[in-house]
Write a protein that binds this ligand. Structure first.
Ligand SMILES: NC(=O)c1ccc[n+]([C@@H]2O[C@H](COP(=O)([O-])OP(=O)(O)OC[C@H]3O[C@@H](n4cnc5c(N)ncnc54)[C@H](O)[C@@H]3O)[C@@H](O)[C@H]2O)c1
Length: 256
């Protein structure tokens, strides 16, 4: 129960990785504020996971809107008094395609959710963590934050930006005892990979999945629970000397 009494804020909570992290934080005793676009999806997840309303609150909000982010940060503090861990995780993959075929609309969407969303979360949560003199943030980047990812060029740029924000934020808040790190997953078995697989080939998404699996050393996708384990470690006191770091978790896809 290493999160007993801790307050954890999760964005993209109703998605694959967010849900796995929510379940793991809850099982470790955390009080949770869960943010995603759809209240219905959050309510359904809460019911399925059996989350107690004394220990969890759901908020429908769009992370690309600063007022909405400020609102859910304030609501977290009003409800539970502080924020110990922020899992800044909401993201979109955008439309798959070569850079030369990418529309301005795709660029705007990716930059507003993946970069502005990450930034607004940092801005408002770090103000609170600075006031309370402590906390830990885990941003979700991607292996696409570390290498050039074919046909996901602007997604790649947005996840490189998450690493830049992680490093800059870590340097600014370290004197206040706040740690900021990022996880960089390879392919994870969630809705997002279904979107990417069909973006590469509408006719044969299963074939694309096989090709991605073959690109990993372990010859499989990660399960979202495996990413959650790393997030819980980085948010915990066991990671007390880790900040400004990027944790690759990709089954060997980029490192061997
Ligand atoms: N699945 C993968 O292979 C993979 C790999 C590396 C990184 N990631 C990153 O992990 C994070 C979680 O992705 P996932 O795999 O769970 O995908 P997912 O699509 O299952 O979950 C993403 C969640 O974010 C929410 N979201 C999207 N835009 C939002 C917005 N504007 N405001 C609030 N919520 C919003 C979605 O509703 C969804 O529930 C993303 O940042 C993604 O880029 C995923």
């Amino acid at each position: 129960m290493q999160y007993e009494g801790k307050v954890v804020l999760v964005t993209g909570a109703a998605g694959g990785i967010g849900r796995a992290a929510t379940k793991a934080f809850y099982e470790q005793g955390a009080k949770l504020v869960l943010v995603d676009l759809s209240k219905e999806a959050l309510d359904m997840m809460s019911d399925e996971l059996g989350l107690d309303s004394d220990r969890s609150v759901v908020i429908a909000a769009d992370v690309s809107q600063e007022a909405a982010v400020e609102g859910f940060v304030q609501a977290t503090v009003a409800t539970f008094g502080r924020i110990d861990v922020f899992f800044n995780n909401a993201g979109v993959e955008g439309k798959t395609g070569l850079l030369v075929d990418t529309s301005e609309e795709t660029v705007d969407k990716l930059l507003s959710v993946n970069i502005k969303g990450c930034f607004f979360g940092l801005k408002h949560v770090l103000r609170q963590m600075t006031a309370q003199a402590g906390g830990a943030v885990v941003n979700t980047s991607s292996m696409a934050g570390l290498i050039g990812f074919h046909s996901l060029g602007v997604y790649t740029a947005s996840k490189h930006a998450v690493i830049g924000l992680t490093r800059a934020a870590a340097s600014e808040v370290a004197p206040h005892g706040i740690r900021v790190n990022a996880v960089c997953p390879g392919p994870v078995d969630t809705r997002m990979m279904r979107g990417i697989e069909s973006g590469f080939s509408e006719a044969d998404p299963v074939g694309v999945k096989g090709q991605f699996e073959n690109l990993t050393g372990l010859k499989r996708y990660a399960q979202p629970e495996e990413i959650a384990d790393l997030v819980l470690f980085l948010g915990s006191d066991k990671a007390s000397y880790i900040t400004g770091s990027m944790y690759t978790i990709d089954g060997g896809m980029t490192g061997m």
